[in-house]
Design a binder for this molecule. Sequence first.
Ligand code: PAF
Length: 273
Amino acid sequence: MQRLTRKLKAQGVQFGFVPTMGYLHAGHISLVKRARQLVGKTGQVVVSIYVNPTQFAPTEDLSKYPRDLAQDKQMCRDAGVDILFVPSDTEMYPAEFSTYVVEEKLSRRMEGASRPTHFRGVTSVVAKLFNIVLPDVSVFGAKDFQQAAVIQRMVRDLHFPVKVVVAPTHRERDGLAMSSRNKYLNPMQRDQATVLWLAMELARKQVKSRSVAVERLRSEISKLIATQSEARLDYVEFFDRETLEPVEMVKRGTQMALAVFVGKTRLIDNGTL
Ligand code: PAF
């Protein structure tokens, strides 16, 4: 992969990169389209598919994470992807692997608090993928808002010569953010999973014309989530879009992020209020 990029880059070809864990859906394809726009017809769009073990805790869903390489390949072909990079575990993590990249600030709260080893795995694998693929630009989904912020910080702090672009969340008609994990939901859970979107709509309505104290909003959202028998709130946070610092008063423009277990499936979403 690296040899190929270096060869084409020497000829002035631009590389756009979309790292994924596969089981692709329309959300991923929207990132591919963005990458194509950014590098143009003469550029190369690279998609990687790698279910990265180091970003899963031992108790999480690594072994049952959904996979369908044949379908992913077809979707990449249809979307005009030039290069599909599918490394193996032994290539990515050879024996005696012992170097990690750790972001120490933005990665602490929210997903980092609920999944303490998660971002260390994400930053490490993305740093590795950037070094292998050598992209000029890489596109990440806004659905993983904190992940995108952590990657942007890593790129800045470690001087990766990559432009990071964050593309909007792709949603189902009823507001549910597209995610490979939606596949785990049974029909009743799928129905109830819209509660994440409804929680954001509730918050948007509340802060439309005034500021609201975090605790008040958090309690209303907890109540809303509790109306769904399969749903259990993990966290809901209100914070500044740029710094990710939590706010005390929530107003228009504040960022909201939440994680909710629906059955055993943990879903996340976020949006600007
Ligand atoms: O967002 C994802 O799918 C993963 O965290 C990523 C960026 C591909 C790293 O494994």
